[in-house]
Design a protein around this ligand. Structure first.
Ligand code: PHE
Length: 544
């Protein structure tokens, strides 16, 4: 208001140091006063009520000791003030003086008071020699405190600086002119147009706060991919680099037939129990699969075939048609493999697998012209990364739903060695170099390899399922990272694949490598309502 009023009467302010601090009689020459003025100027500037120019100046400010002297007087004045006037009282000895004014003041003050001729000795004590003094140091410091400068000049300022009573400060002062919206009253400018302003028409006469394009604004919070999405993307790219095609996996609901029967999982297998699998109540049953295939699958289960004795256990069509939430994406793989085998069966079903296969002949055929087949089989490398559901007891590492990474390779004469070699490449692409394989059991991956040799008529080598273990350097132990195997002939041959077509596959969870990568030891901090978006955004792994 002072600035506006001064501008109103004087037209402009040549030097803001000439303004008189409201409520006092001294000019606004101090550092702090100019800072306060600057704040006011900027707020008036944003309303275009003033414009101003900045000038720099060296000013002086009191140190803590200087401020004390400005308040209480110099050391020498304090020494002088406690002494009796010569001849008018008991002289004070130096020990007593220290007690009265403190060690420091007594020490510094005595010398200066002597030099100024203010005090003298009488016997062993000290007395005042003059009745009145002028404490120049205090007066000078008071002047500096108020004006930031000293009229008596640079020599005294230099002395005070040497005594560490003042310090130099870069200061500013301002020349102020009226702005486009100058007025003597500060109307609060509008910051926003409101519906009320539009209906009342007050928007026409309101003043508006100028938009500050220089303002830094609120930091925007960038999005962050969920760790599962990041790792899924990475694994997907690894698959694509190795020439894999992604399978469609949108059907979370499958029938018992595709999830289990087609994979030669016996109808009595415990994995099919209510305790392990979520069944649908409405609708509860699927439409029947293609009849001929259904019959072949049923036959291999009940009576055997394709070199297998079968399970010779009862078969219930009801078990086959039950709808469930898929417990593994191998159900989707089964659909794809079934379609892939269509050509070989010579059946005329809609073939939408072309984009998933690799030419008409397998790589092995290309090397061995004599075994070139005309059965229509096309090799394929397929993968999927999608959600599966299991009725698990939930704990730190298990949820009722998780993501499964699945890979399937179909080609002629593949062996377990191909699978192992492939696994090493696959896991090394994920940064896992040390892998070990342990024989395990899967109902659908227990193939035998028939080798014909000169020394033996025929060797039948059992090709077990393999659990895959990776060495975890942080935990310093081997942890299970996946499950794999060669699909059984009982699964592949009813589909219609030629006998020499082998399919190997493997599956792993997406959550486990993600937890290892992000150093998460409780799955619930990764998935579900306890996931902290903030932690994820701030996780260094998000940046890579
Ligand atoms: N379906 C298996 C699982 O859920 C993984 C797997 C896929 C194993 C393909 C072998 C072949 O663990």
């Amino acid at each position: 208001q002072l600035i506006l009023d001064t501008l109103d009467t004087q037209g402009s302010i040549a030097d803001t140091r000439s303004l008189v601090v409201p409520g006092t009689s001294h000019a606004a020459t101090s550092h702090d006063a100019q800072l306060a003025i600057l704040g006011a100027l900027n707020s008036l500037l944003s309303r275009e009520m003033v414009t101003y120019e900045t000038n720099e100046v060296i000013s002086h400010a009191l140190t803590a000791e200087g401020a004390q002297i400005a308040n209480e007087g110099s050391h020498e004045a304090r020494v002088w003030s406690v002494l009796p006037l010569k001849g008018q009282g008991e002289p004070i000895n130096p020990g007593q003086l220290k007690k009265e004014v403190g060690d420091e003041t007594a020490k510094v003050g005595q010398g200066r008071a002597f030099k100024n001729g203010w005090i003298g000795k009488e016997g062993a004590g000290l007395v005042k020699l003059v009745a009145e003094i002028k404490d120049i140091t205090q007066l000078d410091l008071k002047e500096i405190e108020q004006t930031g400068n000293l009229s008596s000049g640079e020599k005294v300022l230099a002395d005070l600086r040497k005594r560490k009573l003042i310090a130099q400060k870069k200061g500013q002062w301002f020349a102020v002119m009226k702005g486009a919206n100058f007025s003597t009253s500060i109307a609060k400018p509008e910051t926003d147009l409101t519906a009320d302003m539009l209906t009342s028409g007050s928007w026409k006469t309101s003043t508006y706060k100028k938009y500050n394009f220089e303002a830094e604004g609120i930091p925007t919070s960038g999005g962050a991919l969920h760790p599962l999405l990041k790792v899924r993307e990475e694994i997907r790219n690894n698959f694509l680099e190795m020439g894999f095609c992604e399978m469609p996996t949108q059907s979370f609901v499958e029938s018992g037939f595709w999830c289990f029967d087609a994979l030669f999982v016996p109808q009595q297998h415990p994995a099919r129990d209510l305790q392990d699998t979520f069944y649908l109540s409405d609708p509860s049953h699927s439409l029947p699969p293609q009849e001929a295939y259904y019959d072949r699958v049923k036959t291999v289960h009940v009576d055997g075939g394709f070199g297998s004795a079968g399970y010779r256990a009862p078969w219930q069509p009801e078990e086959s048609s039950k709808l469930l939430l898929r417990t593994h994406t191998t159900a989707s793989s089964a659909h794809m493999l079934y379609k892939l085998a269509a050509k070989c069966r010579g059946e005329d079903i809609e073939d939408d697998t072309k984009e998933f296969t690799h030419g008409a002949a397998s790589t092995k055929d290309a090397n061995d012209k004599t075994t070139a087949k005309v059965d229509g089989f096309r090799p394929a490398k397929l993968f999927s990364i999608d959600r599966v559901f299991r009725n698990e007891t939930m704990d730190a590492t298990h949820l009722a739903e998780f993501h499964q990474v699945e890979g399937v390779v179909a080609d002629r004469n593949l062996t377990l060695a191909d699978l192992i070699g492939f696994m090493r490449v696959f896991f090394s692409k994920m940064g896992i170099e040390q892998v070990r394989f342990k024989p395990a059991y899967n109902p659908y991956t227990e193939a035998s390899l028939h080798i014909f040799s000169f020394s033996y008529d025929m060797l039948i080598l059992d090709q077990p399922s393999l659990e895959i273990f990776a060495f975890h350097p942080m935990l310093n132990k081997w942890v299970e990272v996946g499950n794999s195997g060669m699909f059984r002939p009982e699964m592949l041959e009813p589909m219609g694949f030629p006998k020499d077509v082998r399919v190997h596959g493997w599956g792993l969870s997406l959550e486990r490598p993600t937890m290892i990568r992000y150093g998460i030891n409780n799955i619930r901090t990764l998935v579900g309502h306890k996931t902290s978006i903030e932690n994820i955004e701030n996780s260094p792994a998000v940046m890579f």
